[in-house]
Structures are given as structure tokens and as C-alpha cells.
Design a binder for this molecule. Structure first.
Ligand SMILES: Nc1ncnc2c1ncn2[C@@H]1O[C@H](COP(=O)(O)OP(=O)(O)OP(=O)(O)O)[C@@H](O)[C@H]1O
Ligand SMILES: [Mg+2]
Length: 456
């Protein structure tokens, strides 16, 4: 049996008779409605995600409807809002639209019409269109970027090309590597995983290539290495960025010739395993810093797949949270569901531990939650209190991703371009506007390719 749970609605207005009428009307439709005469008392509750829909009046002595919406949105809360007013003007309708209200009604409103509009908004916000899950072996996603990756994997998996998977910790690299094997023609062959960070450097060579008896202290028996075990299958080298220089050269040799020898041995063995590797480091940067061999990097990186962090695929957060809850509840019991407002709160949190962190939170909730719904207030406080990502401007977000040096470069160039335009191309004038020394200005403009030789 499935139970459905009525969405929670809050009506905010300072006229008691109106509140009573609204609550009675909505409850008559089996909707879980409440009212609050004080906007200042209601806002913190709304922001905590206690409600699935807020209906507010426009003119309220304590705090007007527009200000209520600004404060709710300013706190990063995206609960849908319907505004009702007896004083509607074209201008207030425009302002309401600008603030992103879900619907705007002017009095008098027929009861039937009100119910229809409320239900329409609830339906629209309960099923965000972005969450149409795609899947790849054990991975699921509702995010368009991830679904593109799934398609790419389905295309490249059956080939023998090497794949390098990049992405922050916990975003699914290991699961993706396994999916590549599962989708390949090697799926009946062995799948071998080696975590290069988990094995001490002095043992890693023997782990990968094996050793002969007596080749070093403690090598009492011959040992078959992971490349040999992988045979015709797939070998997944996880955390490849941690590989020391010495082993990088040895791996390069295997990739170039398909040949290797066990430690302490001289018999040449052949490897025909397909190599998939992953790292959460910026491997290109490691190359630039001289810590990773460029020739090895290019051999590993035939096909590269970059998994976006969870905070950049908001469509996945609600979907994965519910997926994990369903997995964690004991067999036979009905999994609790996340209310839309809880999902909103989850989306605000930046998820530094990515999917693994979300999985852990879901497990805690599945164990601790007794009710049929998971409310925002059930979430751990670090998530409830997270600063909304949206309050950081998109430009600033992009700049942060660029790293300081590139962001500074980009800023300089844009600044110079704007100021040169303002000065109608006159560099001396532009330097004056920028309050900079002329020579210094010319040099900077030249460095950004904004001057011709005759300018300086
Ligand atoms: N799209 C997904 N669908 C379902 N489960 C997922 C998905 N992505 C990740 N997971 C789960 O999240 C957890 C972390 O994923 P995984 O171990 O693959 O991440 P990772 O990128 O290898 O992390 P690390 O860099 O820390 O090793 C795993 O339990 C995995 O099963
Ligand atoms: Mg991993």
C-alpha cells in the first residue's frame, strides 16, 4: 500500500477572518493548511523548509508581501509562493513576476478558482522537469550533463581505448570505471581495481607486476601481479596521480610495449588488459609542476571523462537522495519521502564530499527518521545552515573555478577593454581614466594583446 501525504501550505496575512476562511477552504480539499498573522514569525519557518507552498497577502502592516518574498528568497529558500491581493495594480503584478512568484491572484477570487490554482502550483513544483533519470549500470542521474556522459560511455566502452576519469572525491569515478567494464566486450573477463594511494610505494610495483621468489626481503613465494590477473579484462588504476616517478616510467613502458617483468624476474610477460584510470587531482597541473610525466599523461588520457561535482548537477540531488533512502530502509517498510522544500534545502548545500556525502546523510536519515516524510528540519544542521550557492554571483562562481591567476588575468583584460572603449580607443585617455601611469598602462594593454605596435 502506498500512502500519500498532503502538502503543507502556509497562509500569511494579518486579517484573522481571512486566515480562517483560507485555512477552512484548503483543509476542505484535504490540504494540510495553516496560517500565520505575523510575517516576521512566519519567515524563519518558511526558510527552514517547513512548507511546500506559501500564500501571502500584499498589504500587511508588519511587513508587506513583496518584502516577505525578498527575505525568503534572500535566505536562499525557493518554496513556491502565491500572492493574493485586493489592491492589485499592473505594477504590482510586474513586481510579483519579477520576484518569481508562482501565481498572482486578485480579489475577488472564487473558491473553485483558488483551489485549482493552488493545486496547479503544487503539482508543478512537486515534479521538477529536470529530474528524468537516466542510468548506466549502477549509476543513475537526472542531470543532462551526466546523461551525456552516460551516452559517451556507452559509445566508448566497447572500444579498447584507454580512459582517464577526472572528478572530485566521491563523485562516482570508481562506479563509472566499473560501468565501463560492464558495458564492454570484456565484461566476462576479470575486472581488477588497484588503489595506487592505498598501497605503500615500495610494494606497489610488486602489486602491479608481481614478483619472483626471493626478489626482496619478505618475498618468500612468487606472486602474480594485478596486470597478470587482469588478463584480457580491464585494470582500473585508481588515484593514479599518487604514482611515484619511478613507477610512472614502468607503467609507461607497459603502455608502450604491452610488456612487463615481475620484480626480480627477467621473463617478459605480455599484458592485453584495457586500462582505465582515475584521479581527483588536476593531472594537467601535476604535469606542469613536473610531478607527473607528460608522456604518461597523454597515453592515459586517450578518452577523458570529467565527472561534475554534485553541486553543479542540482537535478541529481533530490533524485539520488531518494534513491539512497529507498536502499537504506529495512526491507518491507515504506521508505519516507523528501518534501519538495527539503529537496530545496539539500540543493543549497555545496556537498564537498559529493555523492558519498549525500549517501551518508541519506543513511542517517533512513535510520533515524520515523515519519513518512523527511522535513528540512530533520536534516543535519550543517546542511540546514548552508549559505545558498545562488547568492554567489555566476561571474564570481566562474572566476573561483578559474583559479586566482587566470581570474585576475581575465579581470584585467575585461577592465582594460572597457576603459579603452570608454576612451574611444585613446590609450593616454584610458590610462588617465584608470588612474594609472601611462607606461604601466601601455605595458599591461600590450601584455593582453590590446595594442598595436604603433600604440606604444
Ligand atoms: N550516479 C550515481 N548513482 C548511484 N550511486 C552513485 C552515483 N555516483 C556515486 N554513487 C555512489 O557514491 C559513492 C561514491 O562513489 P565513488 O566511490 O565511485 O566515488 P569516487 O569518485 O571514486 O570517490 P573517491 O575519489 O573518493 O575515490 C559510492 O558508494 C557510489 O556507489
Ligand atoms: Mg574512488
Amino acid at each position: 500500500m502506498t500512502t500519500t501525504h498532503a502538502p503543507k501550505i502556509l497562509f500569511v496575512d494579518d486579517i484573522p477572518a481571512l486566515c480562517e476562511e483560507m485555512v477552512t477552504t484548503l483543509r476542505g480539499e484535504q490540504l494540510d493548511a495553516d496560517s500565520n498573522l505575523s510575517p516576521l514569525a512566519a519567515i524563519p519557518e518558511i526558510v527552514q523548509g517547513k512548507y511546500d507552498l506559501v500564500i501571502t497577502g500584499l498589504v500587511i502592516a508588519e511587513l508587506g508581501g513583496f518584502e516577505i518574498i525578498r527575505r525568503i528568497r534572500g535566505a536562499g529558500c525557493r518554496t513556491p509562493i502565491i500572492m493574493i491581493t485586493g489592491f492589485g495594480t499592473e505594477q504590482s503584478a510586474i513586481e510579483a513576476a519579477r520576484l518569481g512568484v508562482a501565481d498572482y491572484l486578485t480579489k475577488p477570487i472564487e473558491r473553485k478558482e483558488l483551489i485549482a490554482r493552488v493545486k496547479r502550483v503544487l503539482k508543478q513544483y512537486a515534479t521538477p522537469q529536470t529530474e528524468q533519470p537516466g542510468s548506466l549500470v549502477r549509476m543513475i542521474s537526472g542531470d543532462p550533463k551526466m546523461n551525456e556522459i552516460f551516452e559517451k560511455v556507452k559509445t566508448i566502452a566497447p572500444t579498447d581505448s584507454r580512459v582517464l576519469i577526472l572528478g572530485e572525491t566521491g563523485c562516482g569515478k570508481q562506479l563509472l570505471a566499473h560501468a565501463i567494464h560492464q558495458q564492454s566486450q570484456r565484461k566476462q573477463e576479470p575486472y581488477v581495481e588497484v588503489n595506487c594511494a592505498a598501497i605503500p610505494a615500495n610494494l606497489l610495483e610488486s602489486e602491479l607486476f608481481g614478483h619472483e621468489e626471493g626478489s626482496f626481503t619478505g618475498a618468500t613465494k612468487r606472486r602474480v601481479g594485478r596486470f597478470e590477473t587482469a588478463g584480457q579484462g580491464t585494470i582500473f588504476l585508481d588515484e593514479i596521480g599518487e604514482l611515484g616517478f619511478d613507477l610512472q616510467s614502468k607503467l609507461l613502458h607497459v603502455l608502450d610495449n604491452g610488456k612487463f617483468t615481475r620484480v626480480g624476474g627477467n621473463k617478459e610477460l605480455r599484458s592485453s588488459a584495457r586500462l582505465v584510470s582515475a584521479t581527483n587531482r588536476d593531472l594537467m597541473k601535476e604535469v606542469e609542476l613536473g610531478r607527473f610525466r607528460a608522456d604518461l599523461y597523454y597515453r592515459l588520457n586517450v578518452i577523458s571523462i570529467e565527472l561534475p561535482p554534485l553541486r553543479r548537477r542540482p537535478g541529481d540531488i533530490g533524485l539520488l537522495a531518494q534513491h539512497f533512502i529507498n536502499q537504506f530502509v529495512p526491507k518491507g517498510s515504506q521508505p519516507p519521502t523528501f518534501t519538495p522544500s527539503t529537496v530545496e534545502v539539500l540543493r543549497r548545500y555545496p556537498w564537498p564530499g559529493n555523492v558519498r556525502e549525500l549517501q551518508n546523510v541519506a543513511e542517517q536519515l533512513a535510520v533515524l527518521n520515523r515519519g513518512p516524510r523527511i522535513e528540512a528540519t530533520d536534516l543535519p544542521s550543517r546542511i540546514l545552515q548552508a549559505r545558498p550557492v545562488e547568492t554567489i554571483s555566476p561571474t564570481a562562481q566562474r572566476q573561483v573555478q578559474l583559479g586566482f591567476r587566470k581570474a585576475k588575468d581575465q579581470f584585467e583584460k575585461e577592465y582594460l577593454l572597457t576603459i579603452i572603449q570608454q576612451a574611444n580607443g585613446n590609450l593616454a585617455e584610458a590610462a588617465r581614466l584608470a588612474e594609472m601611469d601611462r607606461g604601466q598602462f601601455y605595458r599591461l594593454a600590450k601584455r593582453h594583446g590590446l595594442t598595436t605596435n604603433t600604440d606604444s
